[in-house]
Design a protein around this ligand. Structure first.
Ligand SMILES: [Zn+2]
Length: 456
């Protein structure tokens, strides 16, 4: 199988960084954009041909075997390093459990020094203290981090480890060819103002008291029945008790539902996930477990009962429904968590740099009071055609609060995606010292985009 055009372009950009000897390169691509394929086919295969000893680091058991299988498909036999296996001295590519390497790094110090490339999957974890210390022990290696969320909830910048970023296309650019478009419905939104914040997100105990409420779950079930009856959906919950309660309510509505949690055995959890994939279950209730890296492409729905302050968690939740699948033309998100209002629609662009992490911007959305669809500002509701004559009032400047110092670090083309008004255009031009001719053409492009919205 050949790489998609953007994957090939990104792989070439990554190889160029390796060729220049950049110690840390971060590759960012949205969930379901095919990060592993890009890196395995486009990068690892190339460096293996050059004879580079390579380590592929993963932090969870499921991902270990997934990586071995992906490498095998392009003809690379990788050896596994985990609690039962030491490195095979004859292998060139090693898929390693990070916990095993952390535990054995003294004994394996000599071997770590022979490695030339370390690929770190889900690299937003990599600046955690234990990971960072381990990566420093690969003294002769270049590091390639891969992530869908190139920023962290705790605000620790990934620039500590990574010097250069390769930016893949955004969710918006990947839709609809490579990702499935998602509709957001918001029948109700929570008042989270009284919920205390703990370590950057809502305190779980208080959040559970707010959200583990049968009235809210029933409203969500009614919206599910109206918008996507019978379609496979993941239900994001706050706690194990919340997940079990929501499953009981779903069952009372006549759906087959199961709650999964960390207390289950691996095989029970896998069979619940298989049951959702095969169509036996309509609802899989989960707290945290089905966020990161779980691929069930057939899933076309999410019911979000788990408000979060973390953009990272929100993007992982959205990512679960964005994969394309035969016969799946759109996904539905029933948002009971105020998530799209706070973090933007699933295809909203995010502004980030390696040094500053995620940069807060205002997300522009409208919620239709008639049908409760939340959408990008435009003259009509895309679902019920209700008119919004004042929609352009919501196209106020988006970048106004972003400092010129930060704007200077970002490619102009990247920044132009965020432009919502002339004020944004002038702000970018001032920060980057761009000529009047750029202002003229950027304004033209903005008007073209707005006219397109008006006609759509
Ligand atoms: Zn509407």
């Amino acid at each position: 199988m050949k790489l998609r055009p953007y994957q090939q372009k990104n792989a070439d950009e990554i190889l160029a960084c390796l060729e220049r000897g950049v110690r840390g390169t971060l590759y960012a691509l949205p969930t379901a954009g095919g990060k592993t394929a890009t890196v395995v086919r486009g990068v690892i295969r190339e460096v293996v041909n050059l004879g580079w000893p390579t380590v592929f680091l993963v932090h969870r058991r499921e991902l270990l075997h997934q990586a071995v299988r992906t490498l095998a498909r392009v003809g690379i036999q990788a050896s596994v390093v985990d609690q039962d296996h030491d490195p095979d001295p004859l292998a060139l590519v090693h898929v390693c459990s990070i916990d095993t390497l952390k535990a054995r790094k003294k004994r394996l110090a000599g071997w770590l020094r022979t490695i030339k490339l370390v690929v770190v999957d889900e690299a937003h974890h990599a600046v955690a203290a234990g990971w960072q210390a381990l990566l420093e022990d690969f003294t002769n290696a270049l590091i390639l981090g891969v992530t869908a969320t190139p920023y962290r909830g705790d605000g620790k910048p990934l620039g500590v480890l990574f010097n250069e970023a390769v930016r893949g296309p955004s969710v918006g650019e990947l839709t609809p060819r490579w990702l499935c478009p998602a509709e957001v419905w918001e029948p109700w939104s929570p008042d989270t103002s009284g919920v205390p914040i703990s370590r950057g997100d809502f305190a779980v105990g208080e959040l559970d008291r707010l959200m583990n409420n049968d009235k809210i779950t029933k409203m969500a079930m009614n919206a599910y029945a109206a918008r996507m009856p019978g379609e496979p959906a993941i239900v994001f919950c706050v706690s194990i008790a919340h997940a079990r309660r929501a499953a009981a309510i779903s069952a009372a509505y006549g759906w087959r539902a199961i709650a999964v949690d960390g207390e289950m055995s691996d095989s029970d959890r896998d069979s619940a996930i298989d049951g959702l994939a095969s169509g036996y279950y309509q609802h899989l209730m989960s707290c945290q477990l089905v966020n990161e890296g779980t691929d069930i492409p057939v899933v076309s729905g999410a019911i979000n009962l788990r408000p979060t302050k973390s953009t990272q968690l929100k993007k992982q939740q959205d990512g679960r429904v964005l994969r394309t699948h035969f016969g799946k033309t759109r996904s539905c998100i029933i948002d009971m968590a105020g998530g799209a209002n706070l973090h933007g629609l699933p295809d909203a662009d995010l502004l980030w740099t390696l040094e500053d992490g995620l940069i807060p911007i205002r997300h522009r959305t409208i919620r239709c009071p008639k049908c409760r669809r939340r959408f990008e500002p435009g003259p009509f509701c895309p679902s019920c055609s209700m008119a919004f004559p004042h929609w352009q009032q919501s196209t106020l400047p988006v970048l106004a609060g972003v400092s010129e110092h930060i704007l200077r670090k970002l490619p102009t083309q990247e920044l132009e995606r965020f432009v919502a008004s002339e004020i944004d255009i002038r702000h970018i031009a001032r920060a980057k010292g761009l000529a009047n001719s750029w202002i003229y053409h950027a304004s033209q492009r903005l008007r073209d985009r707005q006219n397109e919205r008006r006609r759509a």
